[in-house]
Design a binder for this molecule. Structure first.
Ligand code: RB5
Length: 366
């Protein structure tokens, strides 16, 4: 596992001890500092360095140490997508993974001895998060986060299902649901919602400082830190979301996946698949306005993964609970972003209340 570890001056000695220990267990450790216990430093600065690595996906999990663990814990838990657990015994450490899916372990060097700290870290590192009722509870925490901002893609405690409650998204969604909305308005609104969703999803993309010369002088600005995106519409309805996303992220590459349902086996069969050659280096958004049974979405995700895609998210305007379960069951590491999880599927496979057939409404083919 790729681990980020950090401490302030008070946690320095324990950090050194623990770093050697987790390395001896075979983990790859990035030590962000502090690099001395002499000079007083501020715990939020070290917390930030570790949580940045976790939320960007550069580290799988993090360990933070300060005197009591309290300051680090408060600071880390301010970051969307970070679930930091201050643990003083092995039982709590184990349950913080099983039940809470903690992705940062916090320890207090003045309250926990080195031997116990190692035992706590060891059990925390080997314990996986449980699904079922615990996932449902964690989901409530994640939903709370999604109300104001979306946790970064790297910050996973298992795949996330995020319902995007931004008022503009919800307002526009009601108009596209309306059966009297014209084809033109429907088309425009689907693009707009897709753009708004990706705007929210991309809120935490890492930035790097750049120098910019304005007509007046040189100044510092920010640029996306080399994160590459790929948008992969599932044909044909997914096409209706592409432009809205490209307006915001014009450098994203676009792949395409075409699937039809075999009338006999009812399984999705692909008839077209063209993905960017460097798909493995990109954050991939598979897009489809409707997540109904989840069969096509799951097959599309499987395709992208087989082609080398590693960081995959599914973006759907409207989802059925059946589709969400199918995708999260088949691909537990994939994030699902949606503007609504509706009630159910009807006997014809339409989402209820849904918006009808997105493809027909987008292309006026009904
Ligand atoms: C530093 O003295 C101490 O306040 C810090 O390490 C930590 O315990 C804060 O919560």
């Amino acid at each position: 596992m790729r681990l980020a570890i950090g401490s302030d001056h008070a946690g320095f000695a324990l950090k050194e001890d623990l770093k050697a220990f987790v390395e001896s267990l075979g983990h790859e450790v990035t030590d962000v500092g502090a690099f001395s216990g002499e000079q007083p430093t501020d715990y939020p600065d070290w917390s930030q360095k570790v949580t940045d690595l976790v939320t960007s996906g550069k580290s799988d999990r993090g360990i933070l140490i300060c005197g009591t663990g309290i300051g680090m814990s408060i600071a880390a838990n301010k970051v969307p997508g970070i679930y930091a657990a201050l643990c003083s015994n092995e039982y709590a450490a184990k349950l913080s993974r099983l039940h809470n899916g903690s992705n940062v372990l916090v320890l207090g060097s003045r309250t926990t001895g080195a031997g116990l700290a190692k035992a706590i870290a060891e059990i925390w590192l080997v314990t996986d998060a449980e699904g079922g009722r615990h996932l449902a509870r964690r989901q409530k925490v994640m939903d709370k986060e999604a109300g104001s901002h979306v946790a970064p893609q790297g910050a996973k405690a298992g795949g996330r299902v995020v319902v995007m409650s931004h008022p503009l998204i919800q307002h526009k969604l009601s108009i596209v649901r309306d059966k009297n909305t014209t084809v033109k308005d429907f088309r425009d609104l689907v693009q707009e919602i897709a753009g708004l969703m990706v705007y929210e999803i991309s809120r935490n993309l890492p930035l790097e400082e750049v120098e910019v010369e304005t007509p007046i002088c040189w100044t510092k600005g920010f640029s996306l830190a080399g994160k590459k995106l790929a948008v992969v519409p599932v044909l044909r309805a997914g096409l209706g979301m592409v432009e809205g996303i490209l307006r915001l992220v014009p450098n994203a590459k676009v792949g395409h996946i075409g699937l039809y349902r075999d009338p006999e086996s009812l399984r999705p069969v692909d008839y077209y698949c063209k993905l960017p050659g460097d798909i493995g280096e990109r954050d991939i958004f598979i897009i489809d306005p409707m997540l109904a049974t989840g069969g096509s979405a799951s097959a599309a995700i499987a395709h992208v993964k087989k082609a080398g895609g590693k960081r995959v998210s599914l973006v759907s305007l409207i989802s059925a609970p059946e589709g969400v379960s199918r995708v999260t069951g088949d691909h537990p590491e994939v994030d699902v972003f949606t503007a609504s999880i509706d009630d159910c599927l009807n006997d014809h496979g339409y989402i209820v209340p849904g918006l009808g057939d997105a493809g027909d409404r987008l292309f006026g083919t009904k």
